[in-house]
Design a binder for this molecule. Structure first.
Ligand SMILES: Cc1cc2nc3c(=O)[nH]c(=O)nc-3n(C[C@H](O)[C@H](O)[C@H](O)COP(=O)(O)O)c2cc1C
Length: 190
């Protein structure tokens, strides 16, 4: 099982096709999210797959810089309430961490289905929460924009700014592995 293949293939593409997703894809992606591990198995995530009116209302909560996301046939909201997960005495809170694991599981499932799944933090949180029907004590930590990959040179690329088109066609940007990881112990002074 070479999951690195999916991880390498996953990119936060922005040129999206408005075509419907394959049958059952939304449910499989959401199920993948629910299979994530969580502290004490608290499963603090609340996942809302926006459809129809809620999807349109959610799109109205996006700023200009995320206009590309309005072409997506599916946007999934991931929310948590901090009190629903482990809060350790030394200050470690795990709700957002667990929501991230849940989100990543959904990204991987979508990638395995050859779909784009692009997480975003750029939205009006009040409007987005209202669109999704989420209670006010929940933090809507991310939206995941899901679509078939579009053609950046055609209609699907029209909503992208110049830098976004450049990123679409460019190499993935990552820090060198030894800048962010160590084997053994963290090197002194790094
Ligand atoms: C928490 C989070 C918030 C993000 N918010 C946005 C966003 O609002 N708009 C956007 O275009 N991309 C957003 N991204 C995508 C990142 O820009 C992208 O993941 C990053 O540049 C690395 O590119 P890659 O995912 O293709 O490797 C976000 C990603 C994460 C994880």
């Amino acid at each position: 099982m070479d999951i690195l293949k999916e991880l390498r293939e996953r990119r936060a593409y922005r040129a999206l096709s408005p075509d419907e997703l394959p049958d059952g894809a939304a449910r499989r992606i959401v199920e993948a999210g629910t299979l994530a591990p969580s502290c004490y198995n608290n499963q603090p995530w609340r996942i809302v797959a926006a459809e129809g009116q809620s999807l349109e209302a959610l799109k109205a909560a996006l700023p200009e810089g995320n206009a590309w996301a309005t072409r997506a046939p599916l946007i999934i909201g991931v929310a948590v309430r901090e009190a629903d997960d482990c809060r350790l005495d030394d200050g470690r809170d795990y709700a957002l961490f667990d929501a991230g694991l849940c989100a990543m599981a959904m990204l991987i499932q979508a990638t395995a289905e050859h779909l784009v799944a692009h997480p975003i933090a750029g939205y009006n949180p009040k409007k987005a929460k209202a669109a999704l029907g989420l209670p006010s004590d929940h933090t809507l930590i991310a939206l995941i924009v899901v679509a078939r990959r579009g053609d950046p040179d055609g209609e699907d690329g029209k909503l992208l700014a110049e830098w976004q088109l450049k990123s679409e066609r460019g190499e993935r940007q990552r820090k060198a592995l030894d800048e962010v990881a160590a084997f053994g112990r963290w090197p002194q002074g790094r």
